[in-house]
Design a protein around this ligand. Sequence first.
Ligand code: GLN
Length: 534
Amino acid sequence: MTKYIFVTGGVVSSLGKGISASSIGKLLQARSLNVTMLKCDPYINVDPGTMNPFQHGEVFVTEDGAETDLDLGHYERFLDKEMHQANNFTAGKVYETVISRERKGDFLGATVQVIPHITDEIKNRFRAISKGADVVIVEIGGTVGDIESLPFLEAARQMGLEGGRDNVLYVHVTLVPYIKAAEELKTKPTQHSVGKLREIGINPDIIICRSEKPLNADIKAKLSLFCNVPKESVFEAQDAFSIYEVPLMLHKQGLDDQIVMLLRLRTHSKDLESWTAMVERLRKPQREVTIALAGKYTDYKDAYKSVSESLVHAGIAHSARVNVRFIETTDRDLESKLADVGGILVPGGFGDRGIEGKIQVVRLAREGRIPYLGLCLGMQVAVIEFARNVLKLAGAHSTEFDARTRYPVIDLLPEQKAVKAKGASMRLGSYECAVKKGTLAHRAYGAATVRERHRHRYEVNNKFRKQLEGSGLCVAGTYAAKDLVEIVELRDHPWFLAVQFHPEFKSRPESPHPLFRDFVAAALARSAQKAHAR
Ligand code: GLN
């Protein structure tokens, strides 16, 4: 029988519940269990696809084209396993299903209610992903005490009632704040939040306490007594130097032993060797390099989570620390901000704020021979820059930003022009890309065909392709079925490569994405060269 672990969060948001859930997943997987993960988001949007990244961080795209919560990125990176549509759902999606069933007449005669109809639908979705899994870890978004997450918590409670204590486990991730003036760690917020959970009928089996300072035995005893959780089930998660260290920190305290014991799981020996080695490499870099990330949400780093993680992974491969310098492209004097960097990355994006600055950044990378990696919008601006400054097509643009440009080098395909309802209507998910021999991309991938994930509406306009290629822009990858440009490169440049897709969704700490890996290698080479010249 599949076992369920429900992970809830208390006291405040942004506790790193996703990291705790992923770490539990990692630890159980290291004991040869088949683990899958699920994230429930309590908001009413049907998916996060139409939400501003300022609100919710990056939208993570799965192979099958689901626009999901960024925690799914952590799940994929920690478990080295693909997540799909069914691994994330929102309250909006649940209500949408129930209401459309009501319209069809599935509940004729009944009053459709939160309990049981909404909670049944939630439980169906909990169960739908259990196939082949020994353990399903369900992370419930929001903070205990919020109105919105109540139906999810209620469904989790019912799962415990139906499944029995050996099969369902509740883990509460909470904050134990340190009050400087009193020089004390405070347990009261956790007591209250566990009290709230108990009101709903959930008694946590395990508490993971986020704190700045170590929890001493007294604090643990107090938490145990007031929260009605055995002392052996109180764990601490102090701030770590890297998120990838968290599974190891929890393992040292015996978290996986405790879970395995409580759920009566039969497991094999633990294998955390390669993960530990990876964390060691991350801890002791031999060199460092700075990458400029020229985006739009530079004050809100979660908007570029997968991109910055991919840079970390590439750094691990080269035993290098990669520092990311966020560049606001609306700023003046971009040149001086980029003078000392090893490489420049323009990530994906929507909307025209800072777009001219991004085009300027590409120009600086191209002319200054600075390694460049463009992702999605980062490829579109690379094409625009090339059209304007090499082909001399003044005012060349994407019709996303200038509907009436004379040179629409980036444009919508007819099927995108026909789109009326915006939700989930972009080119989404995994597509095959044919990679041309003799290119940087081919060298990186070492393969003639690859699959990469997409999330965009606009494409390179094939009407300009001959002209672009004729002047030295190399099309290194295409989606053959529709003859769409997927990768462009510059030949007369140390390393300039831009892609229409999002390689950042496929990078993992123990297997960095080849394009990020080679980009960081080029950036390291530039930094070494500059240091030598000095
Ligand atoms: N806004 C561009 C498009 O829709 C790029 C999207 C992206 O960078 N993800 O095509």
